[in-house]
Every structure is written in structure tokens, then in C-alpha cells.
Design a protein around this ligand. Sequence first.
Ligand code: XMP
Length: 513
Amino acid sequence: MRDNWIAILDFGSQYTHLIARRIRECGVYSEILPYNIKPAKLMSLKPKAIILSGGPASVVGASGPICDSAVFAMGLPILGICYGAQLIAKVLGGKVEKAGKREYGKAILNIKAKKTIFEGLDREETVWMSHGDKIVKLPGEFKAIGATVNTAFAAVEDKNRNIYGLQFHPEVMHTPKGKKILRNFVRRIAGCKKNWNMRSFVKSSIEDIKKTVGEEKVLCALSGGVDSSVLATLLHKAIGDKLTAVFIDNGLLRKDEALLVKKRFKKSCRMNIKTVDAGDKFLKALRGVKDPERKRKIIGHVFIEVFTKEAKKLGKINFLAQGTLYPDVIESRSAFGGPSATIKTHHNVGGLPKKLKFKLIEPLKELFKDEVRLLGKELGLPNEIIYRHPFPGPGLAVRIIGVITDKKLDILREADWILIDELKRSGLYLDLWQAFCVLLPVKAVGVMGDERTYENIVAIRAVTSEDAMTAQWAKLPHEFLERVSNRIVNEVKGVNRVVYDISSKPPATIEWE
Ligand code: XMP
């Protein structure tokens, strides 16, 4: 795979990761690198072609990021997208100016040359524009191969040097033939073979894990979520009993969750699992704590304490496997600090401190979340695990607003279970990114039979999303909400009112805390 891949230089666009995903969907491996990577380093990685991403800066004036000009002299095919296209024009001797008005949204591209990058497209195609500058003069050998009403140089090429520039964004869904354009670039122009798929990934990562680990032992934390389940299954396939997975029940899990994990991994996979019942310890540390960030910090610290103690009991283990995914890697190495500023401190189960002195292995670090799901399928995990909604590390602690008590946990567990049960019965579960109940710190008056009640309020949160960076509140049918509300009020003691959260992200977040 590593001699058949595409390098994407990141100039800070919010869409850069989509370019990588689309190319992988074409069966070709791709990675995102910082725009200022040293040319010698880039050459040593032997990509088949280079893509220059879009970005929020302007190439007009001297302030925008520029890659080393040696990148253009490597003889590799290059595709510039939006800012990347303008950069090509500027660096190779053309001219870019501020456009009179920003062009944003759908546009019709008139294609002048249906060869090379536009092979198989129609004369007119819809494309998605988002730019404030435009190319006004092409460098020497370049030709315009596509134009829109506002942009004469919407697509340009230097066929001899295999350099292409697109003013629009082929990586977004709003450019319906965008993937075909990218496929033409990576397969026809760059000559890449179609060899990136989960079967080949499983084969090569099992070989890698075996080679790295040798006869030593590996430890991993299992939470029951998709990432840690896939990670543990992959490792188990590679090294069998040399893997020990530690499952910590922090007392903040959903109903039956701990049972499910034990059943699935211990019984049916015969995995070496150490389960730790640490609920009391976590709840004691959280007693009286209201502040969400403090809750997260406490849970993170207690987790590390419990995990370290268990690890010590297991004797000498040199390796720790973590379920780091590609978006975490992009964020940590981005020249722009990554797309998501810290709004909440996320203590993921895998995030253990360096002082534990393990050698780290991170077999999923090249994968996007949807690829992890495909990998889970390839490894034979059931849909129940692969398509589970994400669940935050601090669990129900951030879904009980204010202080946490055993009683509140019981109420929330029951209410949440009813919601999920109804979603699954109605076939709605898979349409949602996440759905859960939140227990509010206020009480409301109600009437049950002839009695006045003064009880708790449960909020239902259900959202659709692509990646949790943004989310829309789900337009669940009223009849469905009515059914869930009736069941919660009737079946969960201590609740007399159910409300539905109709806030999207932004400005709200998905979790309430
Ligand atoms: P927010 O609430 O920030 O959530 O919109 C975005 C996604 O992250 C999950 N989330 C967490 N995951 N530890 C985690 O492991 C956390 O502290 C945490 N807080 C939020 C949330 O469930 C959603 O999927």
C-alpha cells in the first residue's frame, strides 16, 4: 500500500479530511501531511501524486501558507483544490486577485476538455464553489478546461507536467461527480492501483502487530464501544492469548452494558479479559461534584489509577494498545492546530499517561471512524457492536446534570433503556448519530391518578450527524415521542415529565454537560 498512495498537503481547509476519505473510497490509500513538510521528507515517503488542499487564507499578498516550491519540481502529478489551485497559479507564474464578490454555493461547470481529469463527465456538471479570490492569469503552459459564469479558470491543466487546478471542491457531496473527478486523478493520472480495502488492511496489520510484539504481551482497555471492541478483536486475532483486555465498570454505564461486554468478549471470543468493578470508587470520588469539567477530570484520574493498579497485578506487560483514530492524528500534527478547539476535555478510555512506560501500539491510527466500522465487519463483529451509538468516556456522569447519586443513575438507566428499546423496535436507531436521556436537576409538578406529584424531568436528546463536529436535532415522529414519554413516565419511578431537546450543534453541544 505504501508504494501506492496519495499525499494531501493540508492548507487548513475544513474539508481536507474529506479529500482523504473520498480517495480511500476509490480504493487508494491517502494521508494528510502538513503543507510545510520538507520536500526531501515528502519524496522519501514515495507518494504517487500530491493534492494541495483548500484553505481559509488568501494567496493574494504575502500572508497565506505556501509549500516549498521544490514540491512542483518533483515530477509527480499535482492537483490543487481551491486555495491549492490558486497557489499553483501564483507559484508557477500566473496571477490571482480578490474577486469582486465571494462565490459560494452551487455553480454549473462548463467542461471544455472531457479528457484526463474530466473523463466520463458531461459537458455541464454541478460543482460546489467557496472562494473569495480567483485566478485571473494562467501560468505559461496552462489551459482552462472548465469555466463557470463567474470564473473563467474554474478548472485548469498543464497536461505535460500533469498539474491540475480546480477552483471548486470535488470532495464535498454537493459536487455530485466529485468522486469521479478524484478517481480520474488518482487512478488515470497518478496511475494508482485499487488496493486499499479492509481485507488487505487486516492482513497487513496482523503481520505488523505480530512483528512488533514478537513473544511479548499486550494490554488494552476495552470499553465496549466500537473503537476499543474492534481494536481488541484485531489484536486478539493477531496474538491470541498474548493480549489481555481490561474492562473497567465505572458504575456510569448504561443498563446491561457490562453484561453485554462480558458475554460478547469473554464467552464468545474467549478473549483474555480482566473485568474490574470499580463503580464505588468512581462514585465516591464524584460525590457532591456538580461541575462538568471537574467530573471529567475526576473520572479520568480514577480511571488511570484503577487501570494502573490492574496492570501492575498482571505482571510484566510491555505493550499498551490504544484505539487512536486518524482524525486524532491529523489534529495533533496539523500546522493549524486541528479543526476542533477544546470545548470539553475528552477523557477517552484509551488516553493513558506516558509515565506508564508502556511501548504504544496504535493499529487503528490510519483509519477514519467509518473505516473502523468496516474493519469490525471484516473481523466478524455483530452489528450490535459495530453500529452502536458513541458513548462518552465519562458515561452517565455527564448526562446527570449536577450531582450524581445512585438513585439518579438508576432513574436515568431505566429511562435511557426505554428510549433505545423503542428506537430499535421502530427501526429508527440506525438513522441517528446518538440518542440518549438526560436527567435534569429540577423537579416539576404533575398529577398521577388523583395524586399531586413532584418529581424528576427527563430530557430526550437525539441527533443526526456526520462526525459530531456539527449535529442536527432529529425530527423524530410525534407518535414515537409520545410512546417513549408515556413509557418513561409509567415505567420509571420518580419521573413525571419528559421533554424533547430541539437544539442543534452549534450552538448547543450534543451532550448537555
Ligand atoms: P459534544 O457534547 O462535545 O460531543 O458535542 C461530541 C461527541 O463527543 C462525545 N463526548 C465525549 N466523548 N469523553 C468522550 O469520550 C467525553 O468527555 C465526551 N464528551 C462528549 C459525545 O458523546 C459526542 O459523540
